[in-house]
Design a protein around this ligand. Structure first.
Ligand SMILES: CC(=O)N[C@H]1[C@@H](OP(=O)(O)OP(=O)(O)OC[C@H]2O[C@@H](n3ccc(=O)[nH]c3=O)[C@H](O)[C@@H]2O)O[C@H](CO)[C@@H](O)[C@@H]1O[C@H](C)C(=O)N[C@@H](C)C(=O)N[C@H](CCC(=O)O)C(=O)O
Ligand SMILES: Nc1ncnc2c1ncn2[C@@H]1O[C@H](COP(=O)(O)OP(=O)(O)OP(=O)(O)O)[C@@H](O)[C@H]1O
Ligand SMILES: N[C@H](CCC[C@H](N)C(=O)O)C(=O)O
Ligand SMILES: [Mg+2]
Length: 500
């Protein structure tokens, strides 16, 4: 495609005169390290570094044109100045890949918690309907039997368009994307128009990036205001106040879920440790359903996915079969063991998620509840005491440990957490003083996650429950700049083996 075919779509984003030369562009890159012969390099002023610095490197690697925000009149290749590099990158990428979003039925899901789960449920529903699903999200990008582990929940715009084009070429008919608030704030989904957009919930996370809950909420709202196709439904979870407010303020088609008088609700719900059953209620019918996922919050996820599926024309019987079949790795994943313990691994890494998963287990399992958890480094610090408070309040024993410390000192992260624990109701045990017979509700600090899991398992009696929270499907632990092999599911089993 020629450079002018790409720049034609930029309209108001153009900030300077277009160059006379019109080379053929074979690829678009925003990272100079990936530039090869014939590429257009888009320089992004980032938070860590300024992409404009890498223009010489990109040209040396074969870039035939460059786009960026700063003025440049001295380059060896044509230069296009724009007002917003990220937005321009998204629009030209959509053009370069020939608008793959238009060749698929594309559903987006946003919200603080539940995106990955909803994406798995929708994938299962699409498959049950005999369609060919594709998914882009936290765990992986997968379609037509291929699966690539994800580096990000929502990739950069160019990579989204590239993946959607590969999906469409492979025969994917229905794709679902998790859309993070970072992606919305950084225009990664500009150039995508969705056939349905789902809102799960909005609770505290990512304040390190967004600053306030209001700004965080505004970022999420952009999905519904800017990225829906004409007539596409906003599928809104009415079980929380943010959802109810959003449903009121949005124009266009709003498909509410979880409200008795709405488009889709649930009735006669029974929540047990091995799953949920009940009836879907629409204005026209009542249909029984069952799922192997448990917890009220998963009922909300099921309703969100089912609502989106119905809104894009999937029949109810396929919805019910898809809901019965889905499984999400690392989300209340049971670890079978020979010791009579109830062992679970879950990805709860926000206060709301931890509260939901702990209160679910609290109501459904007998015996004592032991929870191992930490907080990620280089992420929202203000959630640390809140998570610690919740972890200790709901558990008989909270084992406070490290998650992914990243560049922070693990001990410092724990220092931020511990003040959130109510010392009146939770006794601080020293690790060496803790025995299986601990009788007072309390907490213990063990910085090393492997040792923390070992202590939790060693402290449990048959019939007790151990929840290892925060890392779910992750198969690594990030300490400093090292990414070390670490899988909570394997670590729990190893701990069981060594205490037998
Ligand atoms: C806060 C955030 O999202 N940052 C993203 C942002 O980084 P940035 O603006 O700091 O970019 P930068 O590193 O300064 O680089 C600027 C430009 O120079 C380029 N560059 C850099 C070096 C070089 O040698 N050559 C070169 O061309 C880079 O490719 C980039 O285009 O743009 C980069 C390029 O697109 C992203 O890689 C980076 O994601 C980082 C890795 C990240 O950790 N993001 C997380 C927080 C994130 O997005 N998470 C959400 C999930 C959140 C949730 O749980 O809901 C996600 O969607 O994954
Ligand atoms: N609807 C929900 N409401 C509250 N908590 C939830 C909900 N669904 C899942 N959770 C909790 O949040 C955790 C993360 O769920 P999930 O991976 O589906 O969310 P996500 O939005 O994709 O998260 P991330 O942004 O980190 O990728 C789960 O392990 C569970 O503890
Ligand atoms: N997408 C989330 C994942 C958090 C996972 C948790 N294990 C942590 O490292 O904090 C984030 O980057 O904030
Ligand atoms: Mg996710």
């Amino acid at each position: 495609m020629t450079l002018s075919c790409l720049t034609n779509t930029l309209g108001d984003l153009l900030a300077g005169p277009l160059p006379d030369a019109d080379p053929c562009v074979s690829a678009i890159q925003y990272d100079s390290r990936k530039v090869t012969d014939g590429a257009l390099f888009v320089a992004i002023p980032g938070e860590a570094v300024d992409g404009h610095r890498y223009i010489p490197e990109a040209i040396a690697s074969g870039a035939v044109a460059v786009m960026g925000e700063l003025p440049h009149d001295d380059l060896a290749v044509p230069y296009i100045q724009v007002t917003d590099s990220r937005k321009a990158l998204a629009l030209i990428s959509a053009t370069h890949y020939d608008h793959p979003a238009d060749r698929l039925t594309l559903v987006a899901v946003t919200g603080t918690n539940g995106k990955t789960t909803v994406a798995y449920i929708l994938e299962s529903i699409f498959a049950a309907a005999g369609l060919c699903p594709g998914v882009m999200g936290t765990i992986s990008t997968r379609f037509c039997g291929r699966e690539e582990a994800s580096a990000m929940t929502t990739p950069e715009s160019r990579d989204i368009q590239d993946t959607l084009a590969r999906m469409a070429a492979a025969g994917v008919t229905h794709a679902v994307m998790e859309v993070s608030s970072h992606a919305l704030a950084l225009d990664r989904v500009a150039g995508c128009a969705f056939d349905a957009a789902i809102f799960t919930n909005l609770t505290q996370d990512h304040l390190d990036y967004h600053g306030t809950m209001e700004i965080y909420g505004e970022a999420k709202k952009r999905l519904f205001e800017e990225h829906r196709k004409e007539g596409a439904a906003a599928v809104i979870n009415m079980a929380n106040e943010h959802g109810r407010n959003l449903a009121e303020t949005l124009s266009g088609t709003v498909f509410t879920v979880g409200k008795e008088t709405g488009a889709l609700a649930a009735d006669r719900i029974e929540v047990a440790i091995d799953g949920i059953k009940g009836e879907f209620v629409t204005p026209n019918e009542r249909v029984p359903f069952a799922s192997g996922a448990t917890g009220r919050y998963n009922l909300e996820n099921i309703l969100c996915a089912a609502g989106a599926a119905l809104s894009v024309g999937i029949p109810m019987d396929a919805v019910v079969r898809g809901v019965a079949a889905f499984k999400v790795p690392g989300r209340l994943e049971r670890v079978p063991n020979p010791c009579g313990l109830h062992l679970f691994v879950d990805y709860a890494h926000t206060p709301d998620a931890l509260e939901n998963v702990l209160s679910t287990l609290r109501h459904l399992v007998p015996g004592r509840l032991i929870c191992v958890f930490g907080c990620g480094g280089d992420r929202d610090r203000t959630k640390r005491p809140l998570m610690a408070g919740i972890g200790a309040a709901y558990s008989d024993l909270a084992v406070v440990t490290s998650d992914n410390p990243r560049s922070e000192a693990p001990e410092k992260i724990i220092e931020d957490m511990v003040p959130g624990i109510d010392g009146e109701t939770s006794f601080r045990y020293e690790p060496e003083r803790l025995s299986k017979e601990f009788s007072r509700k309390g907490y213990v600090v063990v910085v090393d996650r492997r040792e923390a899991i070992g202590l939790a398992v060693a402290s449990a009696r048959p019939g007790d429950t151990v929840l290892v929270a925060g890392k779910g499907h992750e198969t690594y632990q990030i300490i400093g700049t090292q990414r070390l092999d670490f899988d909570d599911r394997k670590e729990v089993l190893k701990a069981v083996e060594s205490t037998r």
